[in-house]
Design a protein around this ligand. Structure first.
Ligand code: FES
Length: 181
């Protein structure tokens, strides 16, 4: 058989610094990685073809609500016209952006040609309540628990929540169907 856990720990104690830390972390990460069948189940496809501009629905993904909203041109413009300096959290929090843009990107829409669509995890970044849609001062979302106000791009504008509502990985697999996860 292979080395026992005791042997493994003994061996890694002899390796200096970062290399040792990485060697210890690896088996844990490997154990936590879901297999392919779990990942397949973890994505959902949502039919949004009946959502006219101004309408939204809430789907459920990995146990969390996901807000999908077809924004009106006015709502898209209101979000786009907001100077970044007005934002408490000027980072997109958009898992769809390429890795190099994750820390600095500002685009929160569903991408080119889909700027009207916004797909977000519906969990307030303060303490996790579910915000109400088409509500609040910016006609975005309003969290009734402690009064956090999000705009039409789901960005935090007022109240105790520290971050914008996060955007999960998603893509339109056809014009009316969005895949999440
Ligand atoms: Fe939303 Fe506190 S949980 S404001």
């Amino acid at each position: 058989g292979g080395p026992t856990r005791r042997d493994f720990l003994y061996l890694t104690t002899g390796i200096a610094g970062a290399v040792g830390a990485a060697a210890v972390a690896w088996p844990f990460v490997d154990q936590m990685r879901p297999d392919a069948s779990t990942l397949a189940l973890a994505s959902i496809e949502v039919d949004v073809s009946s959502l006219e501009p101004g309408m939204s629905l809430t789907a459920k993904w990995r146990g969390k609500p996901v807000f999908i909203r077809n924004r009106t041109p006015e709502e898209v413009k209101a979000a786009a016209d907001t100077p970044l300096s007005d934002l408490k959290d000027p980072v997109a929090r958009n898992a769809n952006l390429p890795a190099e843009a994750q820390a600095t990107g500002t685009d929160r829409s569903a991408g080119e040609g889909k700027e009207n669509w916004i797909v977000m995890i519906g969990s307030c970044t303060h303490l996790g309540c579910v915000p109400l849609g088409q509500a609040g001062e910016y006609n975005g979302w309003f969290c009734p628990c402690h009064g956090s106000v999000y705009d039409t791009a789901g960005r935090i504008r007022k109240g105790p929540a520290p971050e914008n509502l996060p955007i999960p990985p998603h893509e339109f697999v056809s014009d009316g169907v969005v895949k999440i996860g």
